[in-house]
Design a protein around this ligand. Structure first.
Ligand SMILES: Nc1nc2c(ncn2[C@@H]2O[C@H](COP(=O)(O)OP(=O)(O)O)[C@@H](O)[C@H]2O)c(=O)[nH]1
Ligand SMILES: [Mg+2]
Length: 324
């Protein structure tokens, strides 16, 4: 794409054209190395979105809840950008079509925009793509960003670093609570939602409350446990209220700025690592050179490779200098 095409796209984007938003997302997804070209057009944008994360195992009702909550937000006059990360590839149908169906009520609303991502196959990884899309939503002026994702704490995607309010979703059944304890997820939820309450769920809510009883909350905020039936809209108002309550808690306690700092710490670290990785791949540590070293190792040089790589890094340390 020529740069004047990009300029036209940006102009349309600034006029709140959702097609331009969709195209910029595609550019950022497929050509992350062009992110700086895109984002330099937004350097004067001051708008900040509030970022919410919905996380939980596949099938707990994240998409249904996202649809229901987003509808309420739209009713309140807010604009909402949704990023749905699904382990199923959007190209294989399944989850993508399913999400569309579950969110059809809202997907045509002028103040909502939704993007589904498969969790594999993104240059620079899924968190890179999610972060950059969230930046585009912010530049677009979205009041709220909802990120829907399976699980927390995986190396490849950590919702905790991106969202200000994290809602952990569970469903009736015992396994999840035990898994949650093992995974240390209890520390990650700002709100616990037991969905599918039409199928039970009181017992799991009690278990979560018991775990919370054993936890000390330094900031004085104790995560609420909400029961919802996303299909019939029960408990949705309560869930929404608990999101606003948490937001208020963060704002009043200065923790929101901590979260924002954390978000950028994560992003900047990732940006630096990806740049360094590129430099390394383009230089000594390219595939050709690696193959050569492998041959060398096969050829009786296996103990020498330690020294070669060690020396190479020592030299590079001297060479990498900071420029303004
Ligand atoms: N019984 C019941 N089913 C629900 C509820 N919420 C969602 N579902 C259903 O659970 C299935 C998975 O929902 P989905 O939103 O795609 O879950 P996700 O994989 O976490 O995004 C769908 O068939 C939904 O219709 C609920 O509150 N009660
Ligand atoms: Mg889903």
């Amino acid at each position: 794409m020529r740069s004047n095409e990009l300029e036209t796209l940006i102009a349309k984007f600034k006029n709140k054209d959702k097609i331009a938003l969709a195209r910029l997302i595609t550019i950022i997804e497929n050509e992350p190395e062009r992110a700086h070209e895109v984002f330099k057009h937004f350097e004067d944008v001051k708008h900040e979105s509030y970022i919410i994360g919905f996380t939980g195992s596949p099938g707990v009702g994240k998409s249904t809840l996202t649809g229901a909550i987003a509808q309420k937000m739209l009713d309140e006059g807010k604009s909402v950008g949704i990023i749905s990360v699904d382990p199923t590839s959007p190209f294989s149908g399944g989850a993508f079509l399913g999400d569309r169906i579950r969110m059809t009520n809202i997907s045509l609303h002028p103040n909502v925009f939704m993007r589904s991502l498969a969790s594999r196959g993104y240059k620079g990884g899924i968190s890179r793509a999610v972060f950059d899309i969230s930046m585009l939503y912010e530049a677009f002026g979205m009041d709220i960003i909802i990120i829907e994702t399976v699980g927390v704490g995986q190396a490849e995607f950590d919702i905790y670093n991106l969202a200000y309010t994290v809602i952990v979703i569970l469903v009736p059944g015992y396994g999840d609570v035990i898994q949650m304890q093992k995974a240390g997820i209890i520390e990650i939820g700002d709100i616990y939602d037991v969905n599918k309450k039409d199928l039970g769920g009181e017992d799991i809510a009690v278990q979560i409350e018991m775990m919370l009883d054993d936890t000390t909350f330094q900031s004085g905020y104790r995560p609420p446990v909400i029961l919802t039936d996303a299909i019939n809209g029960e408990g949705i108002d309560e869930l929404l209220q608990s999101i606003w309550d948490h937001k208020e808690h963060l704002e009043l306690s200065d923790l929101l700025s901590e979260k924002k700092k954390n978000r950028f710490n994560y992003k900047i670290t990732e940006l630096i690592y990806s740049k360094i990785e590129k430099i390394l791949k383009d230089s000594f540590f390219n595939q050709g050179k690696i193959k050569e070293l492998v041959e060398h190792a096969m050829d009786d040089g296996k103990f020498k490779i330690y020294e070669i790589i060690h020396k190479k890094f020592e030299l590079m340390n001297l060479e990498i200098k900071e420029h303004d």
